[in-house]
Write a protein that binds this ligand. Structure first.
Ligand code: ANZ
Ligand code: ZN
Length: 821
C-alpha cells in the first residue's frame, strides 16, 4: 500500500484540475444556478494566513456541494487591489505601486490554489486594472447623471499621517482606521455620493433578508439611525430670522429653557455680530471646527457653551428663550440646533447646571421629589406645566404636540437619519481617478463615457507629501470636452476603494466586457448571490455600500433585483494562542506553511470540523491539525484494506443479514444528515462528525459480511468527503477504479426506506411495572406481539399462577399485561 502523502497528491491534482478547467462555470439553462462568493482579498504583500484560508474553505465546500447537487455554480475570485498599502510601499521601497500590486496578486492566487480552491479563474478581476476601474468611472458618471454624485465644500476628517481625507466609517474612536493617528478636521471641496437618498430603502430592505445574521442587520439599522420626532420653529423677531430645531421629544416642549446652536450653524455669525462676546465665540467656533465628533459629543466631554445675548420666542408659550452656542450640538445632524430641556435630558441638565440656566419640569415622576431635580428625569409620566396638554401621558403628547405645531405653522412631525452622504474623494494616487474636468468656461464637466477610462498617470512623484496625481503635468492639464478650452484641469482626487468592492460581484458575471460594466441579462440570471462569506468587520461599510449601489443600478434599470446578497455567512476568526492571527502579533500560520506541514486537506478539515463557521477556531499547537491528518490516514487505509472490492471481486447477491442492514441504514442516515447540515444549515462541523462516525461503523464491519453493502459504503464515504477534502478523495476515487473526477459525481441520495429500523424494541410491563423487553420485526401484528410477550421466559415466570385480565399493546412502545392474583 502506498502511504498517504499529501505533498505528492495535492500539487498533482491541483495542476490536473487546472489543465482540465474542471471548475469552469457556465450557465446551463437546465440547471438552477448557485452563486457563491467570498470577500476578495487585499493584495497587501503580507501573504495569506489560515484566517483567510478559513473563509475560502467555507466557500469552497459550499460550491463543491452545490455543484455535486446539480446546480450550475458560479464561484469566482479576484483582488481588491487599490488602496493605501501599495502606495505606501511605493513611498517606502521606491517601487511602482502597480508592479508591486500585480506581484502580490499572483502570489495570492498561488496560495489560494495551494488550498485546493475550485475557483473559476477565467473570471478573475483585479480592481486596479484599467479594464475594471474604467467601469468605476462609468458608474460614477451614472451616479452623476442621476444627481447622486455631487461636490461640496466640507469639513472632513483628515489623517495628518496618511495625508488623506477619511470617511466617517474610517475614523474609529477618533483615530485613523489604518494608522491609529488622531484624526483632525479640514475644509475641502469633496465628492460625495448621495446615499442618504436611499436611507429608508436601505432600512426597509433589511426586513427582506431572513438569511442575514441578526447582528449584522442590527449594526446596519443602527448605522442608518432613523429617528422620528418633530421640527420646532422658534422666531427671532429682533433680526427677522427663525431657528428650527429637531427633537425626538416634542412632549417636552413646555420645558424648554434655552436653545443651543452648533458652532458651525450659519446664524451664529449674524447673532453675535457686535455683541460683547463676539471674538470669544468666533475663537470657540474655529476651535470646534477642528475637533472631531467624538471630542465634542463623548459622554465624558465637558459641555461648553456661550450665550449669544439674543433671545428666541417659544412657539407656544411666546416666552423669551436665550440662544446659546455649544460644543455638544453637531451641525450635520438634524437642523444643527437643539431645544434645551434640562429637566428631561441628561446633556441639557449638565449644561443648565453648569451655566445656571432654569430647569423646568414638564413630566411628572411617579414619586415626585421635594424641590429641585437632582438629575434629568427621563422616564414616562403625565404632562405638567404644559397648558392644554397637562395630564395627558407624555407618550401621547409626542404626537399631540407635533400635530398642534403643524396646525399653528410652527413645525410638525419629521424623520431624521444618522446616515451621512458618502464622502468618496481621496487625495491619494492608488485609486480610480474621478472622471471630471474643470473648465473656466463650462465649470464642472464630466468626462464623456467614450473617453473612458481616465488612466492613472505614471509620471508622478511619490514623496508622501502631496497627492501624487497633482505632480503629473500630463494628467492635470487637459482639454475641455465641451468647449475645447485647452486650459482645463482634471480632478486629481481618486475614489475611495470601497467603490471598487461595491459592485465587483456584478463584474464577475461578465468580466471581459469592454463596452459596459456588465450585461444586464447575464447579471439577472446569476444574481442575487446565494451565499456570501465574509468577516463581520464588513458588516456596515462594504455591505451597506453594495446594497446602495445595487439599488441605484436597479433604479437605472441595469439590474432587476434590489438586494445583492440573499444569504450572508459571517465566519469567525482563526486564533493562534488566543489572539487573532496578524503579522503585527507575530502569530501567523501562513497557507504555505500549513499546506507544507499538514497538507491542505488536513488543514481544511481541521478548520471545518473544530467549530461551526460563525465561531472562532483556535489553531493551537500542531497536535490539533495532526488529529485531522490522522483521520485522513485512517480513511486512506480503510479503502486500501478493501482494495479487492474495487478490483473485480465477485459480489454476492444474497439477501442482507442484520449486520449488513445496519451498515446500510447507518450509511443512509449519514447521507441524510450530511446533506442537511451542509445544504440547509452550513453546519460543516456536524457534517464532518457524522462522516467520522460512519468511518467507525465501516471499520467495525466484519469482513465476511455482505460485501456489496461494504463497497457501497466505502464509495459513498469518499463522495461525502469530497467537498471537504478534495485532493485525497480525488486520489482515492481514482484508486477505486473511477476514471472521471469525483468532483463531477452527483451527490448521493438517501433512500427513506433504508433509514428505518427493521426491528423494534418493546417494553413488557406487568401491571404497569417494567419486567422485560423484546425485539420484534417492525411490521409484526398485534396478536403476534402479544403472544411473543406472553412467551417471554421471565414474564411466564411472573404470571404463571395469575389470571390474565387483559393485554394492552401500545404500538412501537410497550405491552402491558394486567393480571389478578
Ligand atoms: C429636546 C429633547 C428633550 C431631546 C429630551 C431629547 C430628550 P436621536 O434620538 O439621536 O435622533 N439633537 C438634535 N439635533 C442634534 C444635533 N445636531 N446635535 C446634538 N444633539 C442633537 O437624538 C435626537 C435628540 O438629540 C433631539 O431631541 C435633540 O435633543 C438632540 F428630553 O430635543 B432632543
Ligand atoms: Zn469648457
Amino acid at each position: 500500500m502506498k502511504e498517504y502523502n499529501p505533498n505528492d497528491i495535492e500539487p498533482k491534482w491541483q495542476s490536473i484540475w487546472a489543465d482540465k478547467q474542471l471548475y469552469k462555470s457556465s450557465s446551463n439553462p437546465n440547471k438552477p444556478k448557485y452563486y457563491v462568493l467570498e470577500q476578495f482579498p487585499y493584495p497587501s504583500g503580507e501573504g495569506l494566513h489560515m484566517g483567510h484560508a478559513r473563509v475560502y474553505t467555507i466557500g469552497d465546500v459550499v460550491s463543491r456541494f452545490w455543484r455535486m447537487n446539480g446546480r450550475s455554480v458560479l464561484y469566482p475570485m479576484g483582488a481588491d487591489a487599490f488602496g493605501l498599502p501599495a502606495e505606501n510601499a511605493a513611498i517606502q521601497r521606491g517601487v511602482n505601486p502597480r508592479d508591486w500590486t500585480l506581484k502580490n496578486m499572483e502570489r495570492i492566487k498561488e496560495e489560494q490554489s495551494l488550498m485546493g480552491m475550485s475557483y473559476d479563474w477565467d473570471r478573475y478581476i483585479g480592481t486596479c486594472l484599467p479594464e475594471y476601474y474604467h467601469f468605476n468611472q462609468w458608474i460614477f458618471l451614472l451616479f452623476y447623471e442621476r444627481g447622486l454624485a455631487y461636490r461640496k465644500k466640507a469639513s472632513v476628517n483628515w489623517c495628518p499621517n496618511c495625508n488623506t481625507v477619511l470617511a466617517n466609517e474610517q475614523v474609529i474612536d477618533g483615530l485613523c482606521w489604518r494608522c491609529d493617528t488622531e484624526v483632525t478636521k479640514k475644509e475641502l471641496e469633496q465628492w460625495f455620493l448621495r446615499i442618504t437618498d436611499y436611507a429608508e430603502r436601505l432600512l426597509e430592505g433589511l426586513d427582506q433578508l431572513p438569511k442575514w445574521p441578526e447582528r449584522v442587520k442590527a449594526m446596519q439599522r443602527n448605522w442608518i439611525g432613523k429617528s422620528t420626532g418633530a421640527d420646532v420653529t422658534f422666531a427671532l423677531p429682533e433680526i427677522n430670522e427663525e431657528i428650527t430645531v429637531f427633537t425626538t421629544r416634542p412632549d417636552t416642549l413646555y420645558g424648554v429653557t434655552y436653545l443651543v446652536l452648533a458652532p458651525e450653524h450659519p446664524l451664529v455669525i449674524k447673532l453675535i455680530k457686535g455683541q460683547k462676546q463676539e471674538q470669544t465665540i468666533l475663537d470657540f467656533v474655529e476651535q470646534m471646527k477642528k475637533a472631531t465628533e467624538v471630542e465634542r459629543t463623548a459622554e465624558n466631554v465637558d459641555k461648553i457653551g456661550y450665550p449669544t445675548g439674543l433671545y428666541a420666542i417659544h412657539p407656544l408659550t411666546k416666552e423669551k428663550v436665550p440662544i446659546w452656542v455649544g460644543n455638544y450640538v453637531l451641525m450635520d445632524y438634524g437642523t444643527g440646533a437643539v431645544m434645551g430641556v434640562p429637566a428631561h435630558d441628561e446633556r441639557d441638565f449638565q449644561f443648565a447646571k453648569k451655566y445656571q440656566l432654569p430647569i423646568k419640569q414638564v413630566i411628572q415622576q411617579p414619586e415626585p421629589t421635594e424641590g429641585q431635580l437632582t438629575a434629568a428625569y427621563t422616564g414616562e409620566g403625565p404632562l405638567i406645566h404644559s397648558a392644554a396638554f397637562d395630564g395627558i401621558s407624555n407618550r401621547k403628547a409626542i404626537q399631540a404636540i407635533a400635530k398642534h405645531l403643524e396646525e399653528v405653522g410652527k413645525g410638525g412631525e419629521t424623520t431624521q437619519y444618522r446616515l451621512r452622504d458618502w464622502l468618496i474623494s481621496r487625495q491619494r494616487y492608488w485609486g480610480t481617478p474621478i472622471p471630471i474636468i474643470y473648465c473656466d468656461h463650462c465649470g464642472v464637466v464630466p468626462v464623456p463615457k467614450e473617453d473612458l477610462p481616465v488612466y492613472l498617470p505614471e509620471d508622478v512623484v511619490f514623496d508622501g507629501k502631496q497627492n501624487p496625481l497633482t505632480t503629473s503635468e500630463s494628467f492635470v492639464h487637459t482639454t475641455c470636452p465641451q468647449c475645447g478650452n485647452q486650459d482645463a484641469r482634471r480632478e486629481t482626487d481618486t475614489m475611495d476603494t470601497f467603490i471598487d468592492s461595491s459592485w465587483y460581484y456584478l463584474r464577475y458575471i461578465d468580466p471581459h466586457n469592454h463596452e459596459k460594466p456588465f450585461d444586464s441579462d447575464l447579471v439577472n440570471q446569476w444574481l442575487p448571490i446565494d451565499e456570501y462569506v465574509g468577516g463581520i468587520e464588513h458588516a456596515i461599510l462594504h455591505l451597506l455600500y453594495s446594497r446602495f449601489f445595487t439599488k441605484v443600478l436597479y433604479d437605472a434599470g441595469l439590474v432587476n433585483f434590489e438586494e445583492p446578497f440573499t444569504s450572508l455567512l459571517s465566519q469567525g476568526m482563526v486564533l493562534k494562542n488566543g489572539a487573532k492571527m496578524s503579522k503585527s502579533k507575530g502569530n501567523v500560520v501562513s497557507i504555505i506553511e500549513a499546506s507544507n506541514t499538514y497538507g491542505a486537506d488536513a488543514a481544511r478539515l481541521f478548520m471545518l470540523f473544530t467549530a461551526p463557521p460563525e465561531r472562532d477556531v483556535e489553531w493551537g499547537d500542531s497536535s490539533n491539525v495532526e488529529g485531522s491528518a490522522r483521520f485522513l490516514k485512517r480513511v486512506w487505509r480503510l479503502i486500501h484494506d478493501h482494495h479487492g472490492l474495487f478490483e473485480g471481486e465477485e459480489l454476492d447477491h444474497a439477501p442482507l443479514d442484520d449486520v449488513a442492514k445496519e451498515l446500510r441504514q447507518r450509511l443512509h442516515q449519514t447521507i441524510k444528515k450530511v446533506t442537511a447540515e451542509i445544504g440547509e444549515r452550513n453546519h460543516f462541523n456536524t457534517a464532518v462528525s457524522a462522516i467520522m462516525e460512519l468511518v467507525n461503523e465501516i471499520a467495525n464491519y466484519p469482513a465476511e459480511s455482505h460485501r456489496g453493502v461494504l463497497k457501497d459504503a466505502l464509495e459513498t464515504l469518499i463522495i461525502l468527503l469530497a467537498p471537504f477534502v478534495p485532493h485525497i478523495t480525488e486520489e482515492l476515487w481514482q484508486l477505486t477504479g473511477h476514471p472521471k473526477s469525483i468532483h463531477l459525481q452527483p451527490w448521493p441520495a438517501y433512500n427513506e426506506q433504508f433509514l428505518k429500523n427493521d426491528t423494534i424494541e418493546l417494553v413488557i410491563q406487568v401491571n404497569g411495572k417494567v419486567r422485560g423487553k423484546i425485539t420484534v420485526p417492525i411490521d409484526l401484528s398485534k396478536e403476534e406481539i402479544e403472544s411473543q410477550a406472553l412467551a417471554h421466559e421471565r414474564i411466564q415466570e411472573l404470571i404463571k399462577d395469575k389470571e390474565i385480565v387483559k393485554v394492552i399493546v401500545v404500538p412501537a412502545r410497550l405491552i402491558n399485561i394486567v393480571v389478578k392474583a
